[in-house]
Design a protein around this ligand. Sequence first.
Ligand code: 5AD
Ligand code: SF4
Length: 438
Amino acid sequence: MSKQYHITTFGCQMNEHDSEKLAGMLENMGYLEGDSIDTADVILLNTCSVRENADLRFFGNLGRLKHLKKENPDLLIGVCGCMMQQPHIVETIKKKYPFVDMVFGTHNLHDFPEMITESLCNREMNIHVWNEHGEIVENLPVKRKYNTKAFINIMYGCNNFCTYCIVPYTRGRERSRKPDDILNEIRELAENGTKEVMLLGQNVNSYGKTLEKKVDFADLLYEINKIRNLERIRFMTSHPKDLSDKLIEVIRDCKKICDHIHLPVQSGSTRVLKLMNRQYTKEHYIELIEKLRKARKGIAISTDIIVGFPGETEEDFHETMDLIRKVQYDSAFTFLYSPRKGTPAEKYEDLIDSQTKHKWFDLLVKELNAISYKKNLSYEGKIMDVLVEGKSKTDNTKFSGRTSTNKLVNFSGDALEGDKVSVKITKAKTFSLEGEII
Ligand code: 5AD
Ligand code: SF4
């Protein structure tokens, strides 16, 4: 019987896609994806360090693997991803979790097959963590989780150094893939049935800055828009400071680009934005939203917001409340500020007490949810194009898919994964829509 693997992924889509590459490498080595972690021969935990609770969840999960290793000494346990780029984490693993076989960082993904071989030959903890990135490694095998939609890295790393954020330290400096490598990957996928691509980068709007050839994100989108059989283009994440007029024109002109943009604002207070090193003002952000809505009528807008940044006052918080009312987001991810070791904000004084943070958080979420619901209500009675993703997770007699505006729709009727179907929206909820195929 083939050996089996199990991967647990924490964090963002970038990590999800890295896990798809790890799965691809494992399958090339003859492993198959197992149903259960208890019977796996290789277990990987792909970590995230963006907030403290992700760290804590990882250590909880890792601790629980100790008994599996005891029962099966041939089991290989690997830990990878953003947390491994932090020396204090690797030290903790060495000291407290000696049963781990492989530790590797975000710049060492391509070393993984070599590490497996090493770990099969010796019984030491094999650690591969480069501090800096090497050349971009192309053509790693990928085992994709979805058939209809695919993640595509267009760039790696980040140079923005928002003061709260660990990513520039764990993912390294910004570097872009060559346009031809990206276009060829997407062409091949589209020929094989992929309908939608999600272009991934920490700051896709600065794509191309590290390339010799003069090309920017807008140019890349024009080219992707021409690919035959591809129907939808999404991308994330866009940094407001680099959202140029040229890019807004592309969004206006390229019909395959979805009616949705994720544009993290983080705070509605220009003073806090400055402390965060975000390099835009509240007014500039609102102006961008107006331009986007003018270019693409009905474009859905989502965002990320951090509550309780050091030094944030009641007045700053009200600026954020004012902003969300003005922008009217379709959806938002809200986070309690979490200090990250080695970031500038970790040393900021004037920490916000937990009670205030939670009070603001609750007020914000309540208002955001009310806005999302109101936005969704405007869909009732409308007929929407939905790209079918499969059976609904909440009701297996139904299907689910997404509108171009990224609304999740659960609907009745007959459908096949990958089809684009017309769905009449019958009911709006805060986080999804219900409907029936017509
Ligand atoms: N504390 C809270 N939220 C954070 N994010 C990033 N770093 C932190 C932090 N230290 C949030 C930001 C970012 C999203 C992916 O995670 O809102 O856009
Ligand atoms: Fe972090 Fe800011 Fe870079 Fe996003 S743009 S990854 S928030 S440093």
